[in-house]
Design a binder for this molecule. Structure first.
Ligand code: GAR
Length: 202
């Protein structure tokens, strides 16, 4: 029987969520998955250095200057090359088409820095999400890990964790707390869950 599934992580920036997965794996907790490649939509981002330090192969498929089709074709080639079976969007800032998500149905997961269905969908990414939560005045926010389909942040929810908003929070302070208390915990745990489920099914 197969022991682990091949995991590719897609990134666009600092890669703290990627780091959380790397650490989880180094601690022996990613029992059902193996990170086989990190693919970035931008060159020179710190996430690539994190992958390099962890001796994980990397690839860059620039989003800039390409059509959606060309961009996705480039990513698909990289995924096929490493036989990726599960894909994690960890701070990946591009939206994927139905054509792409259908190819990996129930095999792509994303972390979003809010409690879906609040503050999500097109245009809600990074600090904008926390700014929107503060503008609205919610007292609780959090993070969500969900399957990815053609609807931005619209796939089935896998895990969520709530985080309290403090009186004097800024988008930056809130982002940091949501990452520390929610994202870095539920993303690796969800990944293990999804990989384990796939192993059982196959
Ligand atoms: C994270 O907060 C992630 O949830 C968010 O961007 C940040 C990336 O940080 N993703 C989105 O907003 C996607 N809609 P990281 O590069 O340090 O993991």
């Amino acid at each position: 029987m197969k022991k682990s599934v091949n995991v590719a992580v897609l990134v666009s920036g600092g890669g703290t969520n990627l780091q959380a997965i790397i650490d989880f794996s180094a601690e022996g907790r990613l029992e059902s998955g193996k990170i086989v490649k990190v693919i970035s939509s931008k060159a020179g981002v710190y996430a690539l250095e994190r992958a390099f330090d962890a001796e994980i192969p990397t690839a860059v498929v620039e989003r800039k200057g390409k059509s959606q089709e060309e961009f996705e074709k480039g990513i698909l080639l990289e995924l096929e090359e490493c036989n990726a079976e599960v894909i994690v969007l960890a701070g990946f800032m591009s939206i994927l088409s139905k054509n792409f998500t259908d190819k990996y149905k129930d095999r792509i997961i994303n972390v979003h820095p809010a409690l879906i269905p609040s503050f999500c969908g097109e245009g809600y990414y990074g600090l904008r999400v926390h700014q929107a939560a503060l503008d609205y005045g919610v007292k609780v926010t959090g993070a969500t890990v969900h399957y990815v389909n053609e609807v931005a942040d619209g796939g089935k929810i896998i895990m969520q964790r709530a985080v309290k908003v403090k009186e004097n929070d800024t988008p930056e302070s809130l982002q940091k707390r949501v990452m520390q208390e929610a994202e870095w915990k539920i993303l690796p745990a969800s990944l293990e869950l999804v990989c384990k489920k796939l192993l059982k099914e196959n």
